[in-house]
Each structure stands twice: as C-alpha cells, then as structure tokens.
Design a protein around this ligand. Sequence first.
Ligand code: SF4
Length: 466
Amino acid sequence: MTTYRTAANRYASFRDEVFASSGSQVAEPSPIDIPEMELQAMWFGGEFGRHFSGTRGETIEIVQFGHWNHSAGPDFTEVAVRIDGQLHSGSLEIDLSLHSWESHGHGANTHFDDVVLHVFLNHDHDGGDFYTRTSQHQEITQLRIDPAWLHHAKARDLAEAFPGRCLTPLQQLSDTAAETLIESAAQYRLERKSRRLSAMADATSADQMMYQAIAEALGYRKNKYAMSIMAQRNPIKSMLLLPSTAREAHWYGTAGWMQTEVHDASLSEETSTYLKDLWQHWWKIRPEIEAKDERRAIKWHLAGTRPVNHPQRRLGALAALVDSWNAASAIWKNPTADITKHWTVLLESLQHDHWQHHYTLHSKRAAKAMRLIGQDRQRDILGNVLFPYCLADHPELWAAFLSLPAVDGNEKLRRAQLRLFGTKKHPTIKRYYQQQALLQIYDDFCLEDTSECAECPFPEQLCQWQ
Ligand code: SF4
C-alpha cells in the first residue's frame, strides 16, 4: 500500500513528464463557455480562493463575499474587498466575458455605480485595453479568473469508445507497478478534491463547505450547481436556527417550487398538506427570498432524470440530513477508521415522512418507504467529500479510503475501462479508488487526445512506471 501524498506526488511528476515528452505548448486557453450562474456559484462557494491579482497587478483580497442579489443590478451585494491594502465596500459583478460589462449596458446603468470589483473569465482579444467604468466614469478594478482553474468545467465530450493503444503496455506492467499506478492516480485525484474543499472552507466555514458539497453531490452531475446555489443562498448557520418546516420552506422556495402554479389541482391530498405546512413559513419569507429577476432563478435540469433522483426528492434527503447535522458533523470532525460504517449507518437511518414515500411533488404516494439516499450516493459522498476533507488532517485514513467499495459505473467510467482495459466492466475493478484512478487517467490523457490514440504519449512513457 502506498502512503498518502507520496503517491499523489509520484503521479503528478509522471503526468508532467508525459506532457513534457509530448512537447505540447501551453497556449492561451480558448474561451470557456459555461453557464454564467455556474461561474458565479464557484466564485461565491470560494472554489477560486480569496486572494488574487487584478489585471493591472493589484493585490486583491475578498474580505466578504457578500450576498446573492435576488433583484436586478450587480450579482453580489454587500461585498468587502481589499485592493492594494485599501478596503472597499459595495457590489460585485461577474461576467463570462470582459466586454459583457458594456454589451449588457452596465456602464450606463446607475444600479452598477457601487460595483467595487468586476470579475470576468474570458478576455476578448481585440488588441486594445478595455476599462470597466461606471455611469459616472469611475474606473472599476478588474479581476480575471484564471481559465486553467476551470479546465474541469469545460464541456468535454466523452472520448470515443474503443480499446486504446495503451492496452498492451498496461497489461505488461507488473502487478505491483499496475497497483501503484492506480493508487497514485487515485490519490492525485483525491488530493485535488481536497484542495478544492479546503479553499471553500477557507472562504466560508467548514460547516458551510460540507453542507454545500453534500448538496452538490445530491444534485448529481446535472443539478450539481443548482443544489450548490440553493445551499449558498440558505447558509447552514442560519438554517440550523430554524425548525425543520421553516428550513424546507426556505429551500423549496429558493428552488422555485413554492410558486402557486406548481401547486395545482393534481397534487395529492398528502402533498397539499405537506406544502400547506411549508406555506405557514413561506408567505412570511417569500418577499426576501424569491428571485425577482428571472435571470436569478435557479435552473433545474429535469430531462432524463430518474424519478428516484428527482431534485425535489434530493432536497428532502438534504432536509433529513440537516435534521441530523450534529451527528453527521461529528463523523467528519472526529473521523476514525470506521468512517464508512458510521456514515452508512447514519444515512440509512435518515427519515422524512413525506419524501420517503414520494418521488416528486406531483407523484402518488409509494406504498413502500424508500431510502432517502441510496448506497451509491452514500459512497459518492464519502469518496468525493468526506474522505478528501478528512484526509488533509488524517492521512492515516488512506487505508479506509482504499477499502471503499466501487459504485455502479456511468458511461464515462465504462469508456475509461474499455480504453484502458479493453472491456466496459473489468472484473478486478471492485474498489472506489480504482474507479477514481481510471477516471483520472481518462481525463488526463484520453480527453486531451485528438489523434485516436496515435499521438498519445502515455503508452510509451508507461515503461518509466516500473
Ligand atoms: S488516448 Fe492515450 S491513454 Fe487514452 S486510451 Fe489512447 S493511448 Fe490510452
């Protein structure tokens, strides 16, 4: 067994050498096209950290990330930013493109006059300088998010499904070399997740980071950021001060599911009663929570979602978990080698009168109670959130991570197995870390390759891994 961190460093060096051997140049990244609200959620969640350099070399520290704006105007209000040592309070605007400031009309809009920082991602190269200015012609400091930080967020198609050129060199590795490669790639992936969570905890708090990361995991790939925004707009600190129904009124209201048009005649009597309880709180908080500008409303992706994974039901699972927040947080605050067992027992015990029997607000009552969080999702939260967070201070948990069982694969994992092992389901892949390692190699090499393996440097460089 490898030790924690040593193996990740070994994979990182190997990866750098493989890229260096391919002679690939670091080019100006092409513009990244992601939904603007996802970029805002990453920023507000603290994924990029809080210390930056401005486009003119200014030293920038985000002292307060502020609040999501529910109305027209800048994206975040009540922000505090230290620029070259001087504290500025006001609003903050995030745009995908630098030039959106003018094309969206912010420069002539007095609602944007108190913006203290303009954050953007893509720099439209037109050969000239672009100044962000208010309607009063005051210049606003600009901060560019490094596109390299978002590499993982780029919409990348899956690589074509065929056995790869590295199949034979991989088979020729000794058992020991193959195992250390897999452990090292898995550890490298886990360390990157760990760094992301640490940055988020530093920007918010450990509790908020954990709440947000678990909400994300419950959103699956399609609704990851929708769940994250929902958790950002309803911080755990204030949620824990409320009774359960008030919390749920905040969440379902923020999600857009407390609107009267959702509550039509097709609701069952049981669901109507459930929503009536939430409305006892909702009518009081609605004015301050409901998005007044359609652009601010959370966008849910429901097409192709399995009923059991519908986000309305996932929110019910989050509600049950937050009801047991003290027990849950004790698991990651004082982790032991039995972390998997403790987490599983807790999640199996979660209960919610309504959501154990319903898939959505409009579905009929299921006769048999359903688990709120299934086995695969329990493992994914462990593998993506709890272990990465706990291992930073408890490297002795590496052995426990290695023993976490595999989850049912998705199409990406199946293609990774086909490419690297020649079959979509390999009998030796029985652990979560093995799946994570395959995904890491697939991300690093298969998704970067545009030559159908012909020019991929990975097979030739594998001989170094003996
Ligand atoms: S792209 Fe490279 S790593 Fe991926 S299957 Fe082909 S040879 Fe293997």
